[in-house]
Design a protein around this ligand. Structure first.
Ligand SMILES: [Zn+2]
Length: 512
């Protein structure tokens, strides 16, 4: 007898509906799984066999063919255990098949029949809802993640027996409902764990740059000697970022769901991501990859911050991978059978020493590097990557008098309020533009519209272009930063002092 159960597979960060067809017939006993299964799917036959037997069901000793459709899509992971079990039970008439087609099933099964959580449940729930499927049955640990999607009934089950109860007697089970706005609200209250800006002494210039970066979503690099507090400053950026909006939160959660990184399989990711990969990171771990492509660090930083500490320690070819995504806001991973697109709109935050010994430009210690060594050092941070960093900020070590001073700086909370105000101003401007979320994402035609210069501002910018040898891209970036500075000052028009401040943040261009 032939029966079909619905399930789904993940491709990139999207889901595809998968039919699990089970046919039981006479012939040599055995189980075959067709439809490009990976080894985890192949192994499910043994898990399913044990789970059914341990729960008093019969695993037919006949010829069982399990076909996963569409046949040309590779299937991976243990999420097909539950649909395969139900297919076998239905095809051998041990469970009623009347309601099977109403649901989409997902879940790894243990040998005792209990269900274990799987990755990628949120995108699957979104797809199931779009396809008009009435109900989604997932392991209990995945239920909150799935219930974020409002238009579909989500059932969480701890054990195979609960799924069978649902199929035989659906009226006794009720779907889980979740108020996701409640969760988002809770998330906004979370205090960041990167420390408070109040603890940072001095460094007014760097603090200001952090505030501008947070408001406009600008890429930022801190250049300074060891011990100047670059990392301490950088780790305080997430605290002053505005909270995620609902659609941003859904987009980020989707990526974390696919990557299997949702904490406690909870609901939405509410805090802006802050990823800080080690400098030994490989290209694929940074931009994404693998035979079943998985999102890399740049996608895990979507709508948040990617922090590269000690930028020059990263391999140069790895850094080159960042150029395209920084421009496009997404990355395409091509494989022979499929190519997938992962979103990657992130703010790049980096830190580096000014030279190999670390003390070039330091007021307390002399640099021991030769000019050639310094030149080679800077050549590693290729021009094109530096071109894409809007704020290049020198961070100096504190003077002894600054270290001993007792006064505290402005708190994270106070700065965050200004950042939010600045962002709101920008958002009002962006109302008629799709997909524009912060000033850093503006294109040339937006600059013409919103960054018009008066004569003295234009003269300033032209002088800077001549003196620093800036590219057209770098000059556009100055305009975007100036726009953010004007937003923070609640000014509608760009003024010369906004442009002048923006030019100040081209430290590296001035050093070369
Ligand atoms: Zn040096």
């Amino acid at each position: 007898m032939l029966k079909r159960v619905w399930s789904a597979a993940i491709v990139g960060i999207d889901a595809v509906k998968v039919g699990v067809e089970v046919n039981i017939s006479g012939g040599l006993p055995g189980v075959v799984i067709l439809g490009l299964p990976d080894s985890a799917v192949q192994e499910s036959r043994e898990r399913v066999k044990a789970a059914l037997k341990n729960n008093g069901f019969d695993f037919p000793i006949r010829k069982i063919v399990i076909n996963l459709t569409p046949a040309d899509l590779r299937k991976e992971g243990p999420a097909f255990d539950l649909p395969i079990s139900l297919g076998v039970l239905a095809a051998s008439e041990q469970v009623s098949a009347n309601l099977l087609s109403n649901f989409l099933f997902l879940g790894e099964i243990s040998l005792d029949g209990s269900l274990r959580a799987v990755s990628g449940v949120l995108p699957i729930a979104v797809t199931a809802e779009k396809m008009g499927i009435a109900g989604l049955v997932v392991p209990a640990d995945n239920v909150q993640e799935a219930a974020v999607v409002q238009g579909i009934d989500v059932y969480g089950c701890k054990h195979l027996s609960e799924v069978i109860k649902l199929l035989n007697n659906p009226q006794v089970c009720s779907p889980v409902k979740l108020d996701y706005l409640d969760y988002l609200h809770q998330g906004a209250q979370v205090v960041n764990n990167g420390g408070d800006l109040r603890d940072v002494k001095g460094q007014a210039h760097a603090r200001r740059a952090l505030e501008i970066a947070a408001t406009g979503g600008h890429n930022l690099i801190f250049v300074g000697p060891p011990g100047s507090g670059k990392t301490m400053l950088a780790r305080r950026l997430p605290g002053i970022l505005p909270p995620l909006s609902l659609d941003e939160s859904l987009a980020v959660t989707r990526i974390y769901s696919v990557a299997g990184l949702l904490k406690n399989r909870g609901t939405l990711v509410c805090d802006r991501p802050f990823r800080s990969p080690h400098h030994s990171a490989s290209g694929p771990s940074l931009v994404g990859g693998g035979s079943f492509p998985r999102p890399g660090e740049i996608s895990l930083s979507h709508h948040g911050v990617l922090f590269l500490d000690e930028l020059t320690e990263f391999k140069r070819d790895v850094l080159e991978f960042l150029r395209q995504p920084l421009e496009d806001g997404f990355v395409t991973i091509s494989r022979t059978r499929q190519s997938v697109i992962f979103p990657a709109q992130f703010t790049l935050l980096a830190s580096t020493n000014p030279c190999p010994c670390g003390y070039y430009g330091d007021t307390l210690q002399n640099c021991t590097c030769s000019p050639r060594q310094r030149e080679q050092y800077w050549a590693k941070l290729s021009g094109p990557l530096m071109d894409r960093i809007d704020l290049q900020v020198a961070v100096n070590r504190l003077q002894p008098t600054e270290i001993t001073q007792q006064t505290t700086g402005e708190s994270t909370l106070a700065v965050r309020e200004r950042v939010q105000q600045g962002r709101e101003r920008a958002n009002i401007r962006f109302q008629t533009e799709n997909n524009l979320r912060c000033n850093a994402q503006m294109q040339s035609h937006h600059l013409q519209k919103w960054c018009q210069l008066d004569d003295s501002s234009r003269n300033l910018l032209e002088a800077a272009i001549r003196k620093l040898g800036l590219s057209a891209r770098a000059s556009d970036r100055i305009l975007k930063v100036a726009r953010t500075i004007a937003d923070l000052a609640l000014d509608e028009h760009l003024k010369p002092h906004h442009v002048a401040e923006a030019i100040q943040y081209r430290t590296i261009d001035r050093m070369q």
